[in-house]
Design a protein around this ligand. Sequence first.
Ligand code: PLP
Length: 362
Amino acid sequence: MYICFSIQSNRMKSKIEIQPIEKSKINSVDFDNLPFGSVYSDHMLECDYINGEWKTPVIKPYSPISLDPAAKIFHYGQSIFEGMKAYKDTHGNSLLFRPLENWKRLNKSAERLVIPHIPEEIFMDGLKKLLEIDTNWIPTNEGSSLYIRPFMFASGIGFHASPADAYKFIICTAPSGAYFGGEVKVLIEEKYARAANGGVGFAKAGGNYAAQFYPTQLAIEKGYNQVIWTDDNSHEYIEEAGAMNIFVRINDTLITSPTNDRILDGITRKSIIQIAKDMNIDVEIRKISVSEVIAAAQNGSLKEMFGAGTAAVISPISGFGYQETEYDIPALKTPFAEILKKTITDIQTNKAKDPYGWRVMV
Ligand SMILES: *Cc1c(COP(=O)(O)O)cnc(C)c1O
């Protein structure tokens, strides 16, 4: 049996029930060889929305959840998530990066999918308490971090296609090693789209990723690692790189697409824009056409392309395919990608000053 008790510390506004694990699994984990996102920490946070209100969140041992087969998540896909990371600095402090941005974005996604808003107290206090309890699961190895997956979905039942009356909010965490991208070759998509005008592309909705799998699989069969998504209407403008935002460097100008209905408003993206501007890098936020990228690749002014997102931070692209033609992006000695990645991760891990106030101590 678990020991159950409630905490109500002065710092925390919300009540959280805690059911500690009997025996930690941490000794079975090889922290020197961590995969990405497939080893899970001792505890998870679970909170139910029933009868129009969020109940007391519970931190309990990581375990399967039981759902009714008629739960609407299975039938109508009311499901959203976030992705964030916790780091340990050399003093042993646990750190988060712009966590309120994730909370706000989860609620933006929630609104679009008619899922109830999650209160800031449950998200933030719940997350901090979970990280306090599983603090030893935050890796300290260079490049490693604790990947955090908050998510919400319809647990309420019914075969009628309408929003559910009950939801679950869960936070799970996974100690993860450095995300080794290696050489990333991408295919510029000409037929499929991940998102459409008026759709849910701006939301971190589970179904968006399910829809990406098939075209991505086709690209992998052709020898690419990832798809560059283009606009759904004309396929003339590049919009995202897989599940990352995309940056293109032409000469010394860094260009990224403006966010819209179809593009996820990435926290890494906006942090990179800010950092680059403060480094006096010329940044343009505008539509990027495929023809402009091709022309730049042909005349040698295409210096870099990279994806940006929490998991890999920055993932450099070494070449791309378009209409049966291959284009190489020759490696540079000190690419913007490397400088920007170092700057952002140094802020995240407390190796550098944080002039923006992005780092949050747990
Ligand atoms: C999560 C995500 C991103 C990156 O967002 P971050 O906040 O930087 O992690 C970009 N594009 C898509 C489609 C995403 O799902």
